[in-house]
Design a protein around this ligand. Structure first.
Ligand code: PXG
Length: 295
């Protein structure tokens, strides 16, 4: 058996092996979910859309009035350094920034400085070729007047509850509607349908995360000559779509072939979904789509 080395994890300026990387039980990220995060992939030595992820992290920070105490350039260097120290060419990276350690009480002024964590783990690229089954969750996506889904916060219970519904139903994915009954997104992915060779995805105003894979797919679709419209969708539109797929950093592009027991299209991943998957596979290692770690 070959010995696998523990990942080195960055916590507030120091690197620790995974088993020793720890934070305080008084961290407000734990006590109140007061914090933000980003999940990023490295493909063959290129960190996919790293700048876009860091921009989104800083937007989330601004929204929750959290000062990271470092610049975007410094954050970019730290992420690259973490991956490099581990020597990974294909990795899953997570940046977590919490309000920091402070005495109990929701007041963020109890925390002196944020906790910054960067985790990198080896992760081979994996595009799921078969379709998966989904349900529409009964729990609704939190409305943007309560907590804007554009903020990538540590508060994922809304999404976790949707995922639990999927697990209870024996399927892989849960799609969430908003308070008006319009489609928003899956538990950790954005959603697209294909109807009459046109792509349609819910608009940001539906109350969704501005997914970086979503934006990539919209660009790729245009390059391939497909029209892509952002407009509200209902469950009826999902059931009657020719193709449905979800997009996200972990999932990449995953075809959805059954929703609430209704077969989507012919029940197999559709041609346009497959074309987009091939294109995504092609560009994900392209240095123009990211930042090179080595050399
Ligand atoms: N919507 C939600 C609610 C998400 O959490 C996406 C859409 C897709 O966004 P990106 O930028 O990744 O295309 C997400 C992404 C995890 C994990 O394990 C979560 C995400 C991605 C990867 C891992 O927490 N969320």
């Amino acid at each position: 058996m070959s010995e696998t080395k523990e990942p080195l994890i960055y916590v507030n300026g120091e690197y620790y092996p995974k088993s020793q990387a720890k934070i305080s039980v008084y961290d407000h990220g734990l006590l109140y979910g007061d914090g933000i995060y980003e999940a990023i992939r490295e493909y063959d030595g290129v960190i996919f859309k790293l700048r876009e992820h860091i921009d989104r992290l800083f937007e989330s920070a601004k929204s929750i009035k959290l000062d990271l105490g470092i610049t975007k350039e410094e954050m970019e260097k730290l992420v690259i350094e973490t991956v490099k120290k581990n020597g990974y060419r294909d990795a899953y990276i997570r940046i977590v920034v919490t309000r920091g350690v402070g005495r109990m009480g929701v007041d963020p002024r109890n925390c002196e400085k944020p906790t910054i964590i960067i985790i990198a783990e080896p992760r081979k690229p994996f595009l799921k070729k078969e379709g998966v089954e989904a349900i529409i969750a009964s729990v609704r996506r939190v409305p943007n007047w309560a907590l804007d889904p554009k903020i990538k916060t540590l508060n994922y219970l809304n999404n976790v509850l949707a995922k639990i519904e999927a697990i209870n139903a024996g399927v892989d994915e849960a799609i969430m509607l908003n308070e008006h009954g319009y489609v928003t997104e899956a538990s950790t992915e954005n959603i697209f349908i294909v109807k009459n060779k046109k792509l349609i995805t819910p608009p940001l105003e539906a109350g969704i995360l501005r997914g970086i894979t979503r934006e990539t797919v919209m660009e790729l679709a245009k390059e391939l000559g497909y029209e892509c419209e952002e407009r509200n969708l209902t469950s009826h539109d999902l059931y009657n779509a020719d193709e449905v797929f979800v997009t996200g950093t972990a999932a990449e592009i995953v075809p959805i072939t059954k929703i609430d027991g209704r077969v989507i299209g012919d029940g197999k991943p559709g041609p346009i979904t497959k074309e987009l998957m091939r294109k995504f596979e092609e560009i994900r290692t392209d240095p123009r789509y990211g930042v090179k770690v080595y050399g």
